[in-house]
Write a protein of this length. Structure first.
Ligand SMILES: [Zn+2]
Length: 111
């Protein structure tokens, strides 16, 4: 199975999923900023995914880690939709890094 340009992101997720950051989410103040929180559960990410066309039921379902969620997504989404999701996550990821390093974040609607 290949993810083309998203292979890097996929690998990064595998790696980062095992790291549990013991710090607050800088965006919403949640107690722990885990990867699944940063990419899916944080209100900002949730807004991005929602605008990206992901159904609320798949966003609201809770997962312990990001890979579990993405593997679940692979079962329900077709190849094209999965590629779109990875692109959305990639943008969300970059957006998050911009927020941390530059202290600013674009409005979710602009992503
Ligand atoms: Zn958050």
């Amino acid at each position: 199975m290949g993810f083309g340009p998203h292979r890097f992101l996929w690998k990064a997720i595998w790696k980062l999923d095992t790291i549990h950051k013991i710090r607050e989410c800088p965006r919403c103040g949640a107690e722990y900023e885990t990867l699944i929180h940063a990419l899916k559960d944080c209100p900002t990410s949730w807004a991005i995914l929602s605008i990206g066309g992901l159904e609320n039921s798949t966003i609201l379902k809770e997962y312990n880690c990001c890979i579990d969620w993405l593997e679940d997504m692979m079962r329900v989404l077709d190849k094209r939709a999965m590629a779109d999701l990875m692109t959305t996550l990639w943008n969300s990821w970059n957006n998050k890094n911009n927020f941390i390093f530059r202290g600013k974040e674009d409005e979710a609607q602009l992503v």
